[in-house]
Design a protein around this ligand. Structure first.
Ligand SMILES: [Zn+2]
Length: 144
């Protein structure tokens, strides 16, 4: 059993599941919130406090249900779009769970959108950090 909470502590939950991997996702929402997630069956997630403070955000197809603490704004978990009987739990909210103890897998959420007119037909591989971007050294060199 793993306990979890949001930043302010109003929302508390428990996960009764063995977490053996974490995922990232490249959809626009996961990218901006920096989500590191654990997939758990819905029966394995129990909200033990603050359920009334959860607020729901939905976008795009409105199938996934993203829950946030309405007090501190932290994303705690979401009901998954591709697997609606599962939740993605914000692994950074988990107490006494070593994030480095399990592998992290990059998943592709960007192509799930039905609003994308040109979806890629296969996973292009993990993103390369800073690919195509100037380094800080390049950026500041001309100013010295
Ligand atoms: Zn909170």
């Amino acid at each position: 059993m793993i306990e979890g909470s949001c930043h302010c502590g109003a929302v508390h939950f428990r996960v009764d599941w063995t977490i053996d991997e974490l995922t990232t996702c490249d959809c626009s929402l996961c990218e901006i919130r920096g989500a590191l997630m654990a997939k758990v069956p819905e029966a394995a997630l129990e909200v033990t406090a603050g359920a009334d403070l959860l607020t729901l955000y939905q976008w795009n197809t409105h199938r996934a249900r993203h829950y946030f603490c309405s007090r501190c704004g932290i994303y705690v978990f979401h009901r998954k779009r591709a697997a609606p009987d599962h939740f993605g739990v914000n692994a950074r909210c988990l107490h006494d769970f070593d994030l480095a103890s399990v592998p992290v897998r990059a998943t592709e959420g960007a192509n799930m959108t039905v609003e994308d007119p040109t979806p890629r037909d296969r996973w292009p591989g993990p993103r390369v950090p800073n690919a195509g971007h100037a380094t800080d050294g390049d950026r500041f060199q001309n100013r010295i």
